[in-house]
Design a protein around this ligand. Structure first.
Ligand code: DAH
Length: 326
């Protein structure tokens, strides 16, 4: 048999034998048989001397190829075997690795609850600018220039005439400037006030504004809508009360308080009222045709009441012990 034929036949024998082994013991004996010191492939190398000078490099190359191919195959079965036996060492009764994952911030969860309640009853959701001009934040909302809310104490000025909005009510004006009536929106967002900081007030906080404009809108509808909201948010046993109030952009105006079980006192959660005709005038809605109600609620206050959170500053501290509770 020529050397070339011997190479072929050794290779075929190997492949047949290799197909039937399936563990590292089998693979070790096949390695010895073919690649060991007296192995079939090793012996073929010894025969290279018999080949002619021309054939020797060709057969040498073929033999090296064969040797590499065989050892790769044997190595691969041994590697598979190793992984399998490593897996057997895993004790599935041991506690697993603990990965800590983030969660939705409690304020975001409260936003989501509020959005769900209002979108279920037909409100769309819109957003507006946090940095705005005085016109949208005050003037168009019928807040006259001398009004105390414009005082530097309450408002952060970014530039002359430009403020960090003090409430989400600025978006009422943007919405009505952009859209024709009727409209029904809520506007979640962040607001800023240069106020003294306490357990219930912070220099930034969050509000959800509401605005409903149509041809026949009544104060009774406003009451119905907000009582529905309070029941959905806090449950039907929750104690709430209405208080007459004053806002330049609504007439009449009211505020809603919720009984704070922890402090044994009322906590204000929102202001509301019927849209003042002056506000309609500033956006060119005809106040003889259009009526509206509006409200603005404090998201932190709502979350504090609902989850018994004692201090508004906890929302912004990033303290993991606080955040993990929700
Ligand atoms: N903007 C008021 C505030 O920040 C809340 C408010 C009161 C909003 C009455 C309204 C409203 O839309 O009608 O305290």
């Amino acid at each position: 048999m020529s050397l070339k034929d011997s190479i072929e036949s050794v290779k075929n024998d190997f492949l047949t034998e290799f197909a039937s082994i399936n563990d590292s013991t089998g693979s070790e004996s096949i390695r010895q048989k073919y690649l060991g010191r007296n192995g079939l492939v090793t012996n073929l190398f010894k025969e290279l001397g018999r080949a002619s000078n021309d054939d020797r490099p060709v057969f040498g190359h073929l033999l090296n190829q064969l040797k590499n191919e065989l050892s790769e195959k044997i190595n691969s079965i041994q590697a598979e075997d190793r992984t399998a036996s490593d897996n057997e060492l895993v004790d599935i009764a041991l506690p697993g690795k603990l990965y800590s994952s983030g969660s939705t911030h409690i304020l975001e969860q409260t936003f989501n609850d509020i959005k769900k309640i209002f979108s279920d009853i037909g409100f769309s959701i819109s957003y507006g600018p946090e940095i705005d001009d005085e016109y949208h934040n005050f003037t168009a909302l019928n807040v006259p220039e001398h009004h105390p809310a414009r005082d530097m104490q309450d408002t952060f000025f970014v530039d002359k005439d430009i403020v960090l909005r003090t409430h989400t009510s600025n978006v009422q004006i943007h919405l009505m400037e952009e859209k024709d009536p009727p409209l029904r929106f809520i506007v979640p967002g962040r607001v800023y006030r240069n106020e003294s900081i306490s357990y219930k007030s912070y220099c930034l906080f969050h509000q959800v504004e509401g605005l409903f404009v149509d041809k026949s809108v009544s104060f009774a509808q406003l009451k119905g809508c907000l009582e529905y909201f309070v029941k959905k948010m806090f449950g039907s046993d929750c104690k709430m009360r209405w208080r007459p109030s004053y806002f330049p952009f609504t007439e009449p105006s009211a505020e809603v308080d919720i009984w704070d079980e922890q402090r044994n006192q009322w906590m204000e959660i929102l202001g509301c009222g019927m849209v003042d005709p002056e506000v309609f005038n500033s956006v060119n809605y005809d106040p003889k045709i259009w009526r509206g109600y509006a409200f603005g609620m404090g998201v932190e206050r709502i979350a504090m009441l609902k989850y018994g959170i004692e201090d508004i500053r906890l929302f912004y501290g990033g303290d993991i012990r606080f955040l993990r509770q929700f």
